[in-house]
Design a protein around this ligand. Structure first.
Ligand code: ZN
Length: 170
C-alpha cells in the first residue's frame, strides 16, 4: 500500500521535494517468514525503512487504522506526517515532520477552494479529468476528493489554466 510518494514544498528552498514514508506496510500473506526487524500490526507487517531515524511504535489500536491528513484524530498511524524529505535542489535527505495537505507542492486555490495533488502524475490526472467534457460519471479514487465547486465550468477552466502553468514551470 501507499507505494507512491508525495511531493511537498521543501522547507529550505521552496522547491519540489519528495516525502518518503518511514515504514512499509504489507499484508502478512505476502511473507512466508516475517522479515527480521519487522513488526506485526494486526495482519500487517511493518518494516522500518530508515531505522536510524524512525523506529516503529504501534498506535493504540490492535487493528490497523491509517490517517492520511494531519488533522485527523483518534488512534491510528498518521501517514504523510513523519518521514524523510528528499530535495534534489538542496541535495538533502533528512528526517522531517510535515503537515498534510498543507505542505503539498501541487496545490492551487481557485475561488476560495483548494485543489491538492499528491504528485505530478496525480496533478496530470486531475487536469485531464477537469478538461473532459462531458466528464465521466464515475471517478477514479484519486479524483473523488475534488472540491465540487471547482467542477463547474468557469472555475474548472481557471483551475486548468493555473495547473497548466505550474506543470509547465515545474
Ligand atoms: Zn530544497
Amino acid at each position: 500500500m501507499q507505494k507512491e510518494y508525495i511531493d511537498v514544498c521543501c522547507p529550505t528552498c521552496g522547491g519540489r521535494a519528495q516525502f518518503h514514508e518511514p515504514f512499509r506496510f504489507s499484508h502478512m500473506m505476502r511473507f512466508s517468514v516475517v522479515p527480521e526487524n519487522a513488526h506485526l500490526w494486526g495482519r500487517l507487517v511493518v518494516e522500518e525503512l530508515y531505522p536510524e531515524h524512525f523506529s516503529w511504535t504501534q498506535p493504540e489500536t490492535d487493528s490497523p487504522v491509517f490517517h492520511r491528513t494531519t488533522n485527523e484524530v483518534g488512534p491510528g498511524y498518521r501517514l504523510n506526517h513523519r518521514g524523510m524529505l528528499e530535495c534534489p535542489k538542496c541535495e538533502t535527505f533528512q528526517a522531517v515532520q510535515i503537515r498534510w495537505p498543507q505542505a503539498a507542492f501541487w496545490q492551487w486555490t481557485v475561488e476560495g477552494h483548494t485543489l491538492i495533488a499528491r504528485n505530478r502524475t496525480h496533478a496530470e490526472e486531475i487536469l485531464a479529468y477537469l478538461r473532459e467534457t462531458p466528464r465521466p460519471p464515475h471517478r477514479k479514487p484519486g479524483l473523488r476528493e475534488l472540491p465540487a465547486p471547482l467542477l463547474k465550468k468557469r472555475a474548472s477552466s481557471i483551475a486548468c489554466r493555473r495547473m497548466e502553468r505550474t506543470l509547465e514551470a515545474a
